[in-house]
Design a protein around this ligand. Structure first.
Ligand code: UDP
Length: 329
């Protein structure tokens, strides 16, 4: 019988790629999103398919899905520092109340649930690279705390459902991931730099640019999540690309890639911005036989092509998301 999977945050960057993956693998996909940060254009190509349905719903409210459910992927959440500042309460609610609702649904349906956790649970890490055994260094009351703590709570309640109710759970700790369908104006470094280069603006480096990140291409991330879901491992697993780069060098890479003459300008480093981040992926390698295949030059090429395909109007729009309109509903 065809497997049925619920994907929350389905209209977002990762959620939409996961919808594509599970449709390709022959699943019936039930997609859900409240569209605060997601965009229907990311999944509109799926609406014509019989194996796809979409519900405009906020998972912080009771979630009902009719019929059998085999799997749930909980990917609903704002996921950029600018979004946490604009919608802090929603960020906390979707990680806590939303996760609680989905765990309850998984229990009711006897479904396996995978929740999207993050390298942010390591905070500004004092251990490098970060292994799953590291407990993290998070400022609970800083601007990123709303995301970091919601995700830490999410891991705790997921393990509690696993231990107390015997629920089948999976936890992926996602490190910086990029690719087509990232939101142009969400403030994250890749859309920010590419957008600036394409508009002919200077690239804004925060701080001295010596902070590092390790960027994973979306198809590798999706592949890792897919393998983890189908594994029998219920503790957290890092999925990311260990190839680390400073933000300053990355800005130079983008200037070279876009063939522009842009300069870089330095701006203040946001509070609690982690100084370094690199996943230790030994566990994923051993457990899932997974490792990233797409290197940054290849991945950045397709990402750039995507941003180049946007209309001029979209490229120059400040932010096409009106959060307040959605929240006041
Ligand atoms: N960053 C930057 N310029 C920008 C946007 C981001 O220098 O216009 C930096 C940011 O301070 C951080 C890194 O790039 O050190 C990655 O930021 P992003 O928001 O993409 O992700 P996160 O901090 O959550 O890893």
């Amino acid at each position: 019988m065809q497997k049925r999977i619920l994907i929350t945050g389905a209209a977002g960057f990762l959620g939409s790629h996961l919808c594509d993956k599970f449709i390709d693998e022959g699943y019936h996909v039930i997609a859900m999103d409240n569209l605060i940060t997601g965009d229907l254009k990311n999944i509109e190509h799926l609406f014509k398919l019989e194996n796809f349905e979409f519900y405009h719903h906020d998972v912080t409210k009771f979630v009902h899905v009719a019929g059998q459910l085999d799997y749930i992927l909980h990917f609903a959440s704002p996921a950029s520092p600018i979004d946490y500042l604009k919608i802090p309460i929603q960020t906390l609610k979707v990680g806590s109340l939303g996760t609680h609702n989905l765990l309850g649904l998984a229990k009711e349906k006897n479904a396996r649930i995978l929740i999207a956790s993050t390298s942010e649970i390591y905070g500004d890490p004092l251990v490098h690279p970060q292994t799953e055994a590291y407990f993290g260094n998070v400022n609970t009351i800083g601007p990123r705390g709303v995301y970091d703590e919601a995700k830490r709570f999410q891991e705790s309640i997921t393990m509690a459902y696993h231990r107390f109710h015997g629920l089948e759970t999976r936890i992926v700790r996602i490190f910086n991931t990029y690719g087509p369908r990232m939101r142009l104006n969400d403030g994250r470094v890749i859309p920010a730099f590419i957008g600036q280069a394409l508009r002919g603006e200077d690239l804004t480096i925060f701080g001295d640019g010596l902070q590092t990140r390790s960027f994973c291409y979306v198809s590798d991330q999706v592949d890792g999540i897919y393998k983890l879901l189908l594994s029998d491992y219920s503790l957290p697993v890092n999925i990311g690309n260990p190839h680390e780069i400073t933000i300053k060098d990355f800005a130079e890479e983008i200037i070279a890639l876009t063939n522009t003459e842009q300069k870089v300008v330095y701006k203040e480093l946001p509070q609690d911005d982690p100084l370094q981040r690199q996943p230790d992926i030994s566990l994923a390698k051993e457990l899932l036989g997974w490792e990233p295949k797409v290197d940054r030059s290849e991945g950045m090429k397709s990402t750039l092509d995507y941003f180049k395909s946007l209309s001029e109007e979209e490229l120059f729009k400040k932010d096409h998301k009106d959060f307040k309109k959605h929240i006041l509903k």
